[in-house]
Design a binder for this molecule. Structure first.
Ligand code: PEP
Ligand code: MG
Length: 588
């Protein structure tokens, strides 16, 4: 790591979630703890054992506090991860062996707990069972916290609960998000990653500014540094000077008043000046986000990602647990439609539940994910389908399959659905017999042959995050090729046009739910292409609505015609930006 340097330093990355944040650095990086080793005189041993007991109590209290915070901010299922840690602290075998080790070798508690803990970690680590191997990492986490309490050394994960901070990390996987204290999170800065990674999508839905693809920012900062995140421009300033803070303070105020005026003037129905209704829906992952969707005036939920019931879990959610989660969301939305997407694990959403057979792959986005995985795990798929169907009796539920590649796969998925319906009928359990079932169009093969998907789908939902990554051969997480990820590339626009036309021809509605849908610059183009339902993070909705309310349908069609005939993606983008700037000028 570079020596601590108080002078201002600026780094450029990729603007991933808008906003400006400023606060102390909290490094999401594990720091090694030095374990002292020394002898204890036998007459001092009872004091040393007392010290061990006190550290167990203190550690237990800390973990309980973290558990409570996580439970409040993220919910019970994320909080449960800490129950396993609490159990380690109560393990009588581990405690007893540590005390025997101290007494037999006249050793201090740190050395004894380290030796015993590592024996357990090694033993569990060698077991050929993923669930038990996971116990090794629970013990490792608890051991580090115990030693940190005994030695007074910091864990290196920043200020911890209680202090607002900016998290800096090499990478944040969706499964790491449970370790982040969201109540005190000001912003995110990471070494790697792209605009459509799932952690970034979550940051955007929480209105947390984020910059990714910063190279090696995690090596260039230390806890105690102050960092400023500019999520509009993709800049990060470490130890900003007063002049920089002042400049960004003004910028933040300007953006804030722009956004406030945007929200204030975008109340009411989302329709164009000439009265053409556009459905603006929300992308959500939890009940809390379902409430935000209602507050912000969404016309429904266009994408309910269900993976988060499976991430950070120690076991698979049961049918009943899934049913309750879907039902609650449907009840929050009342009569408004909620499109529940079946499981899209894999890619950057790896779950480590024992028995789930998910393994690291060299090309995870081209691999064993989403519907491929579900069709190969029939029992797991059936459980989810039953849960969705049962929930459909309590609201306006629709469902869709992710990563459909062609008609055969769609037919297979629909067969599974029919079997699940048949089971429920036999068991006398209620569900919506006419539930609409859609296909996500996010693989080029599905886009090109989407006329063949019409007969098995009630609607199409374009997953532009994946569709663009596959069309352009640009890994959506790789910052080194992020400049090639181009939503206005003629190939992307023609593909969207093709999907819409196939949908219109076959009589199925076409909506879009990738991040492109929430980009206000893209909104007129998408509408001009004929997409009438756009689903996005709830926080992006006012801006999209403002744009809709301040344009006419014909203007959008003209933009689409321009985009379909223009060979240069950057020219298309320029014209879309010009249109947007002109429509929002009065808000500045
Ligand atoms: C998409 O690919 O556009 C999409 C909405 O799905 P996800 O981002 O979850 O892959
Ligand atoms: Mg996708």
């Amino acid at each position: 790591m570079e020596p601590r340097n108080e002078t201002e330093r600026e780094y450029i990355g990729i603007a991933a979630s808008p906003g400006i944040a400023h606060g102390p650095v909290s490094l999401l990086r594990q720091r090694e703890i030095t374990v002292p080793s020394y002898r204890i005189r036998p007459d001092r041993m009872s004091e040393e054992i007392k010290r061990f007991e006190n550290s167990l109590i203190a550690t237990r209290k800390q973990i309980q506090e973290i558990r409570d915070e996580v439970q409040q901010s993220l919910g019970e299922s994320e909080a449960r991860i800490f129950d396993a840690h609490l159990l380690v602290l109560e393990d009588q075998a581990l405690i007893g062996e540590t005390i025997s080790e101290m007494e037999s070798a006249n050793q201090n508690v740190e050395a004894a707990v380290w030796a015993v803990g590592n024996r357990y970690i090694d033993a569990f680590g060698q077991i050929d069972d993923e669930y038990l191997r996971d116990r090794a990492s629970d013990i490792r986490d608890v051991l580090r916290r115990l030693l940190s309490n005994l030695t007074g050394q910091s864990l290196g994960d920043g200020e911890g609960p209680g202090t607002k901070h900016v998290v800096v990390a090499h990478e944040i996987a969706p499964s790491d998000s449970a370790c982040i204290d969201k109540d005190h999170l000001l912003g995110l800065a990471t070494d790697i990653g792209g605009k459509t990674g799932h952690t970034v999508i979550v940051a955007r839905s929480m209105n947390i500014p984020a910059v990714v693809g910063l190279g090696d920012i995690s090596k260039k900062v230390s806890p105690g540094d102050v960092i400023l995140i500019d999520g509009y421009e993709g800049r990060v300033v470490v130890n900003p000077s007063d002049a920089t803070l002042f400049r960004y303070g003004k910028l933040k105020d300007e953006h804030k008043s722009f956004e406030e005026r945007m929200i204030a003037s975008s109340r009411g129905v989302s329709q164009t000046k000439d009265g053409h209704k556009i459905r603006l829906m929300a992308n959500i992952e939890s009940e809390n986000e379902a409430r935000s969707a209602i507050e912000i005036g969404a016309d429904g939920v266009g994408l309910f990602r269900t993976e988060y019931l499976f991430l950070n879990e120690r076991r698979l959610p049961t049918e009943e647990e899934q049913y309750q989660a879907y039902r609650k969301t449907l009840e929050i939305l009342g009569d408004l439609p909620v499109i529940i997407r079946t499981l899209d694990l894999g890619g950057d959403k790896m779950a480590t539940i024992p028995g789930l057979a998910m393994h690291a792959e060299s090309n995870p986005f081209l691999g064993y994910r989403a519907i491929r995985y579900c069709l190969d795990s029939i029992e797991l798929f059936n459980t989810q389908l039953r849960a969705i169907l049962r929930a459909s009796a309590h609201g306006n539920a629709r469902m869709m399959y992710p990563m459909i590649s062609g008609a055969a796969e769609l037919a297979q998925a629909n067969d599974c659905l029919e079997r699940a319906k048949e089971e429920l009928r036999e068991e006398g359990l209620a569900f919506d017999e006419d539930i609409q079932v859609g296909s996500m169009i996010e693989i080029p093969s599905a886009a090109i042959a989407c006329d063949t998907l019409v007969s098995g789908s009630s609607f199409f939902s374009i997953g532009s995050n994946d569709l663009i990554q596959y069309l352009m051969a640009v890994d959506r997480l790789n910052d080194r090729v992020a400049h090639l990820y181009e939503p206005t590339h003629p190939a992307v626009i023609r593909t969207l046009d093709m999907i819409v036309k196939a949908g219109q021809c076959g009589g199925v509605d076409v909506s879009i739910c990738g991040e492109t849908a929430g980009d206000p610059i893209m909104v007129p183009l998408l509408i001009g292409l004929g997409i009438e339902s756009l689903s996005m993070s709830p926080g992006l909705l006012p801006n999209a609505k403002y744009v809709v309310q301040n344009m006419e349908l014909q203007e959008a069609k003209d933009l689409a015609a321009m985009a379909l005939s223009e060979p240069d993606g950057s020219v298309i983008l320029g014209k879309l930006v010009e249109f947007y700037d002109e429509r929002t000028a009065s808000l500045h």
